[in-house]
Design a protein around this ligand. Sequence first.
Ligand code: PLP
Length: 454
Amino acid sequence: MAIGVQSSEIHEHFNKLFSAILMEQQKISSIKPADEDKKELLTNNLKEYEQLKGRGFFYPFMASGRGHGPLVELIDGSIKYDLINAIGVNLLGHSHPIYIKANLEAATADTMMAGNLLSCLEPFELSKVLINAVKASRLKHFWFSCSGSFAGDTALKILWQKKAPNYRLIAFEKSFAGRSIAMQDVTYNSSYREGMPQTIQVDHVPHFNYKDPENSLKNTLAALDSLIEANGSTYCALTIELIQGEAGFIFGTKEYYEGIFKWAKAHDIYVWVDEVQSFARTHQLFAYQMFGLDEYVDVVTVGKVLQACGTFYTEELNPKPGLIAGTFNGSIASMNAGKAIVRLLTEGNFYGPFGRMKELETKFKAEFKKLSEGSCKGKLPYYGGVGTMLSFEVGDSSTETTNKFMKKLFENGIITFSAGKDPTRVRFLLSISLLDEQIKEIFSILEKTILEII
Ligand SMILES: Cc1ncc(COP(=O)(O)O)c(C=O)c1O
C-alpha cells in the first residue's frame, strides 16, 4: 500500500475488508433470471434515467455493483454473462482482486483525482510501467487524458505542432476514433457527425480487405499515392487501428502494415496507432507489438483496459510547453489499478502463442466452428477475430437481424454489442476470467438463441 495513510490498524481492516468484499462478490456464480419483486425497480429506474439523459438505452440494463468474473448482476437481481465488458474496459473480469485492492488503497488517500500541476505517486508509477512496456520502440513519453477521444486530440495537437502548417491527416475507412470535435472527423461513419461543421481535414483510405487480401496493400498504397498527388506534402500523420474495433474487428497482416508504414516514412508522414480498444487484448500487450511494428510507431493512444487513457510519443514529438495540460490525469484508484493490470499482464502468461489471450481465441473459435458446421449450419456466416476481440455474423448479417438477435441473447443471459455495418457483426470483448464450463454454457445459449431467431 503506497498511497495515503498507513497504520497497523488500517492494514488489519484493509485485509479483512478486501477478503470480505471478494468473498461476497464470489457469491455471484451463475446466470439467473430477474427476481419478481425487483423487476419494477429496473423498469422504473431506467424510465427515469432515460428522461434525465434524454434518450433510451439499447438494453434494459442497470448494474447493481455486484459481479464476479464474466458474470454481472442487474438491479432486478438477474445475472448475465458480460461478454462486452463496458465496451472493452473490463479485461480482468468483474470484482477482480486488482480492482478491489486499487479502490481500497485509493480510499486511504486524501484526494480523489491525480492532476497535472501538482503530481503524486500514482501517475508517476503508472508512467514508469507503461514506458517500460514500450521499450523496444522509440516511444519515450506518456501523457494522461481522461478519455480515449481526448488522448486522440492530444496526439493530433502534438503532430500538428511538429508539422505545422501541414495539418491534413490520413485515416482509414470504417475507423472509429471517438466523439471529440476533432475525433468525430477522424471517425469514418458520417452519421455520427450529423449537423457538425468539419473542423479538421481528414482523408480516409481503404483498410485491409479480408475478401481480397492479395490486393489489399496495392489498393491502399494506390489510394495513399492519390492523396499525395492531390494534396502534396500537406499531411502530418497517418492514424490507424490495427484491429478496427467498431468495424467488427477487421485487421491486416504484418506485411500490409509494414507496407503502409514504409510508405508513410518515405513521405515524411508520422505513424499514429490507435490502440484505445486493442490495448492488452491481442497476442501482445500492444497490437503493434503483435505485428512486430515497434520501429515504425511515433504515437500510440491507449484507454479502456488500462482504466486510464493517454498518448505515447517519441522524443522528437515532445511538444513545446503550454500545448498540453489539463486538471486531471485520472482517478487515483484507476491509476493504481492500471499499474497493477500492466504488471499482471506483462509478468504472467497472457501473451505469445501459448498465452491466455491466444488460448481463449482458440477455444472460442473451436466452439464457433462446431456450431457453424453443426446445428447452426448456414445461420452463422462468419466468425473470427484475435485474442479477446472476437466477432461473428448471424443470418443475413443486417443491422436489423443482428439487433433482434442480440436483444434475445440478452434475455437469454448474454450481453454483447454490435459492430460494423454491411455486414453488422456481434462483438465480444471478453474478459480473461472465463472458465471452460462457462464457455460451454455460453455456446449452448448462443446455439439456442440462433435457432430461436435465425
Ligand atoms: C479505437 C478507438 N479509439 C478511440 C475511442 C474513443 O475512446 P473514448 O470512448 O474513451 O473517448 C474508442 C472508443 O471506443 C476506440 O474504440
